[in-house]
Ligand binder design. Sequence first.
Ligand code: UDX
Length: 454
Amino acid sequence: MEQRKGRRLILFPLPFQGHINPMLELANILYRKGFSITIIHTNFNSLNPSTHPHFTFHSISDNLSESEAADKDILLLLSNLNAKCCEPFRECLATLLSNVTEEPVACLICDPLFDFTQSVADSLKLPRILLRTGGASSTAVYSSFPLLREKGYIPKQDSRLEEPVTELSPLRVKDLPMINSSEPERFYKLVRALSYDTKDSYGFIFNTFEDLEQHALATIRKEFHIPIFPIGPFHKYFPAASSSSTSLLSQDQSCISWLNTQPPKSVIYVSFGSIAAVNEAQFLEIAWALASSKQLFLWVVRPGLVHGSEWLEPLPSGFLESLNGMGQIVKWAPQKEVLAHQAVGVFWTHNGWNSTLESICEGVPMICIPFSADQMVNARYVSDVWKIGLRLELGINRGEIDRAIRRLMIEKEGQAIRGRVSKLKDMANLCLKQGGSSYQSLDGLVNHILSLEF
Ligand code: UDX
């Protein structure tokens, strides 16, 4: 813990699990660097202040109705949050800035997807720094959208999905980010928030490291003209067990006891993050693929994973008994601990950025089934750039899943892939050590914050 710096930082996470985790980890990193921390959060997916007694928490009302809060159209939900949080956020921030009994506030650190924060920060003359919770490679793709539209890659046409995007090799048209919504313009608004609109901020923090995404970081530095701070992987600044404190769902620890009884690298861990959902037919295809693989597996079936079902109802009766202890199903796992467990051999993932990075940091090869947004880019990088996993090109298809499991768990190819991901794991550890790229970038960020006028 470094000496207190006499400056306060205000952080404002987007209220989704994949965004809350890295923002709270960043808060802990900056607290250890000597800053005082205030977190502003929405009532929706509200945070629990008792998990971080060293921070000050302020909740704002988001005024979402019950049906708005439960909306499956994630872009509509985001749009409602942006419309309804602006004024409560402005009031809360103004009150905090007028409090002269606390340390002066150096800056606001927020998620670029809260698009009103730039104008609010400007009106209160507070510098705004952004945290990008996704990777640098996908961010570089978002910033290429004007070109991709001009060249006709976007909107995507079904007949061209397998074509290469020559300007962004090795991406194919199907890998370009997309989130479906009842109103397509909402997606382009999100693209602008992650690219063009960030250029007015005082800096961009990334949860990544130079050795992993050097090329994309160089592109971003060239295009964005603001200070860029790749200081990740955030979660490796702390022991794995401490991550539970930012989880919105309670993590089922019983799976760790089960993993303790399994041989090294024998278990396939399956999880598709906090948002992705499948239909009943896809769910059954996954279930049968796992059962017929004859490999041990730990499967996270989040309530809401299957459209129209509470939890496991679509499974045929007798399915669970037929597994004979080969498989465990939980609602939510302590994922970082699971990936760090010696029994886990492969991660079948949707390639959310946090999951991708967490897998790399533990040297676990991946089977990739991306669903939306940046996940398609992350999956292509895993399979074709870093070569540390296999992407399912046919969607959720039992035959292809079975082949991917065999290639990674049984065949020689799996060993080569494991060797490459182990090397990245070592690099991830090294970059945080004194003199490493993220270590230096974090020092740069601290000095940058201290140099801001307020
Ligand atoms: C979303 C997007 O999908 C992702 O692409 C974007 O970069 C951030 O927001 P999500 O889909 O939830 O996030 O995936 P991911 O980024 O992987 O984040 C999930 C987080 O939940 C991870 O930190 C993971 O460790 C945690 N998790 C997941 C658990 O703690 N337990 C689980 O059972 C599953």
